[in-house]
Design a protein around this ligand. Structure first.
Ligand code: ADP
Length: 260
């Protein structure tokens, strides 16, 4: 009996380790696929703006720019837009990899979130106009000071508002709310966009994750924005979560410690 029991336990353990090994292999394969997809996507995304700018510059060199100021302006505008896109992408990838390696030191200072929110909303005016989006900012309370790295918190806001636009439907409406609670500041960004199914509410904060339907509505992206946002908020001792329903909209809720 004891020998039989021992062999049973051994067989069980072996089977269990096989299951574990198999699961880790599957996980590794999934990760490799995500990485490969990411590399091929990003290579494509990097190549397109570079090619466009090269063509525009070549065209400018080939005709006498002074002869056709309108065309010159158009080519310069295209180049500038493409370069902006490129720099935005490179910036995102660099920031995230630096955060991961803990190479980013936060330069904390007292930041008034109410002022910052208004600044970011103002700086995105053209983007809101492009999507014909309505935006309103609501403050509940008086004190919205946090200790934060101004640049990174600005990027957080930018990423959330940019997503609210990218994943919008007709008549986009975005609501930004700041609430002062005991020792905490709540920042809520609500949109009436395409929404996110419950099974993805946690995953969207993972690196490279995009909701599968993301591609069908032709939105470009790498699934990096929200993982960067989550890292920044975590480094500020805060938290982030999402409430969302497909077809209705999404609300991102950030809590940060207030300066007392
Ligand atoms: P990206 O936008 O580059 O794909 P993010 O990390 O910012 O990367 O977002 C991850 C995914 O979460 C997106 O691909 C999208 O599917 C979903 N998502 C993010 N924000 C919203 C939003 N406001 N409304 C609907 N879906 C969103």
């Amino acid at each position: 009996w004891p020998q039989f029991l021992l062999s049973l336990v051994l067989v069980g353990l072996t089977a269990f380790s096989f299951v574990l090994l198999f699961r880790s292999l599957i996980q590794q394969r999934k990760l490799t696929k995500i990485k490969n997809d990411f590399i091929s996507n990003i290579t494509h995304e990097l190549k397109t703006p570079i090619a466009t700018v090269s063509v525009a510059i070549e065209a400018l060199r080939n005709f006498d720019a002074l002869q056709d100021p309108e065309k010159t302006k158009e080519y310069l505008a295209i180049s500038s837009n493409e370069l902006q896109r490129l720099s935005f992408l490179v910036d995102k990838v660099l920031k995230l990899s630096m955060f991961e390696k803990h190479q980013v030191e936060l330069k904390e200072e007292a930041v008034d979130l109410a002022v910052l929110v208004k600044e970011v909303v103002n700086s995105m005016k053209l983007q809101f106009e492009k999507y014909r989006a309505k935006v309103n900012v609501q403050l509940q309370g008086y004190q919205f000071a946090i200790s934060a790295d101004r640049l990174h918190i600005t990027s957080v806001l930018f990423n959330l508002l940019d997503n609210a636009l990218k994943y919008s439907k007709e008549n986009p409406s975005i609501h930004v709310e700041l609430k002062e609670e005991t020792e905490q500041i709540f920042l809520l960004v609500t949109d009436n966009g395409i929404g996110i199914a419950p099974e993805y509410h946690k995953k969207i904060f993972d690196k490279f994750f995009r909701v599968p339907s993301g591609d069908t509505h032709n939105v470009k992206g790498y699934g990096l924005g929200l993982s960067y946002v989550a890292y920044v908020i975590q480094r500020h001792d805060g938290s982030i979560e999402v409430e969302s329903q497909p077809g209705i909209g999404s609300r991102f809720i950030i809590k940060l410690p207030a300066i007392s």
